[in-house]
Design a protein around this ligand. Sequence first.
Ligand code: SF4
Length: 423
Amino acid sequence: MKVLLIAPAWRKSTGNKTKTIFPPLHLATVAALTPPGVEVRILDESIEDIDFNARVDLVGITALTALAPRAYAIADEFRARGVPVVMGGMHASAMPEEALKHVDAVVVGEAEGQWPQLLEDFQAGRMKNVYRTEKRPSLAGLPVPRRDLLELDRYLIPHTVQTTRGCPFACSFCAVSQFFGRTFRHRPVEEVIREVASLPGRIVGFVDDNIIASKKYARELFRSLIPLRIHWFSQGSLDLADDEELLGLAAKSGCVGMFIGFESLVQQNLEKIGKRVNRVERFREAIKKIHRFGIAIEGAFIFGLDKDDPGVFKCTVNFARRCRLEVAQFSILTPLPGTKLYREMQEQGRITNRDWSQYNFARVVYEPLSMSAEKLQRGFEWAWRKFYSYPSILQRLGWWPRRHHGILWAINVQFRQRVWRYV
Ligand code: SF4
């Protein structure tokens, strides 16, 4: 039996010239859950075009909301050729009925437990429509992702590892706690260390939602990473700055940078979205502290929250520049299906666009409260261009040598190119 796992892409494949950022680790994880005897292949559409006439018995697709229309189009093509299709991931888990109009079965929630069962049922000719994960799977003893099925040299950051799942916070716009639950689960440290040590590269991206959600676990993990002498980056909440011991261990274990969600400079906005871990009056001090440990920050900010007026763009960009954030990511508030924000906006009748392809954090798909949709769209684009202008990059990073200076310049220039191409 042959199974083809597909990661749909935003744009046409890059051919064999350019690289894309991350490999589809989630599909390599699903491949590792596939029983021996089943031949499995991974196709990342961002680097390779799909051959719809390929001889396969079953296709598996996963997609976030913005890629759901593309995933459905791929599924329709395969099914028209008589090949059954299964879909999983965050969007299909939030909208299983919608997905079932295009696919034969949906895996709701995490794949562990469900995927092997689905394959067994498929081979026995009794595949169900819905496979639902009732109990959050333990992360102990997970099989190592099948990286041998990925073309790792086609990615800028080829080595990614997951250590934890879930987040104890429940920000209303975020799909993480909806999908993984508010419980925070982690892999045994020794299993993570074994996996990291087996990677040929020295730069590792930990693709966690909040790697410091359990400080105790993070301390143990960082301590064990020190002897491996790697450079790593991940995502975490701002309360990292409250714990100097943890910061010291992160730096010592090779932490280059952290992606941190500041979200808003208006406390009322933070209260409204439930991001209580963030206190605006402590932002500057926290940033200074993290920087003192030589850790760069990629700050994430959302535009279009209910208290955001047209002054939000300038205020946010000035803040990010003054605090010399090495990287920033601005997004437009997006009510992803399955989130509390989606339910609230739905009840208030504020959703204006249901074309999922526009749910890419760069388009206004709802009615903002304190400015027009047009102003929000233009302000968002202005913020990206202003922050990634050369004077801004130079002011934030400077010419002088500092820790990871070359990498940070390269990332900023990459972002700048993307901004000028797409925004
Ligand atoms: S802290 Fe981050 S990962 Fe956790 S719920 Fe909020 S936005 Fe999501």
